[in-house]
Design a protein around this ligand. Sequence first.
Ligand code: NAD
Ligand code: MG
Length: 392
Amino acid sequence: MKRVSIFGSTGSIGENTVDLIARAPEEYHVVALTGGRNVDRLAEQAIALNAELAVTCFPELKQRLADRLSGTGIAVAAGEAALLEAAARPADWIMSAIVGAAGLQPGLVALEQGTTLALANKESLVCAGALLMETARTHGASILPVDSEHSAVAQALVGEEIADVERVIITASGGAFRDWPLERLPDATPEQASSHPNWDMGQRITVDSASMFNKALEVIETREYFGFSPAQIEVLVHPQSLVHALVGFNDGALMAHVGPPDMRHAIGYALHYPERRRLPVERLDLAKIGQLDFRAPCERRWPALRLAREVMGRGGLSGAAFNAAKEQALDAFLARQIRFTDMAAVVEEVLNAMDGDGALKCDRMRLDHVMETDHLARKCAAEAVLKIGTDA
Ligand code: NAD
Ligand code: MG
């Protein structure tokens, strides 16, 4: 039996992972499931999958979780230390699907046990790609990407030489405001930004899709995971979200990965890797679809893409600052303290301020430096939110 754990099991990626595992219960022993506020759902999942342990990151919810699981024999724990202990429990395959920088430390602890980490939490690669990849190497662990674009790139690279790759193109649907007139963008509300044309995802990544901060994170993720140079990585707007990525080789061939917008494909590919098993996803009828559209992204509409290039150019700890500032700016937008278009301004201000102070330099990445940068960037972003929010 394959021993598996799911971090962030109650989220959108988590639920899709639970769905795949619940279809073949005889194949899996579920070690740990972790979630946040939704402890009722976490308890349901733990019972359905007969997990060893259920953990909520909120200590104040431990009792409620324990009540829901009383008499089941499933162990209960809560808080940050409990999350890290759960990540250290031996498992053959661990899904990292917590949202935000909070996913970094559990991911590192999981890698230290030499396991296979299915990485949906792209923020950890953006914050600390060098550290994550080095930890995997040192402990003989592997990381499999669970972002649709990166899973697509990995699949297009099977049997190929990285040296033969000329370029990698990741696609973007363009999110909720792809076709809005630019002058309407400042007035976009959190509700409008929270609906995605093609994908059903958690709220934060959905808003990040509208602002293209999600794609900005993914460009950096592509660089950190595969090691391609910034100049090799392109973004292409593709409204249908059916072609997830294309890899261009030095003979001019482009290998495209085409599939329905269903994360169970990328999750299932990582779950069964290196095998390809049947997955419960829609089979595309291309004749019915008829047409696939592509266009270049407009950097005036989506300044986050330019910021991603700056981050890659600056290197060091700028990914950690970028992600933390982005998370704070997103919180401020959701709380209606700043406008939709102010998010990029907040992030840019943080990057400039911290780089000017020399705070983003680093020779060898260490976790404490990453955490300190994250902390500083959040403080700096809170100040920028106050300033920009008042100006607005
Ligand atoms: P979500 O908000 O639906 O779920 C997040 C999960 O993390 C929940 O279980 C929540 O309880 C838990 N969580 C939140 N804050 C936490 C904290 N501080 N500590 C511990 N646990 C916490 O998010 P999602 O859409 O499932 O995304 C999860 C990750 O996967 C993100 O990094 C996202 O960028 C990435 N991703 C998501 C999709 C998608 O289709 N949803 C696609 C590609 C990548
Ligand atoms: Mg993606």
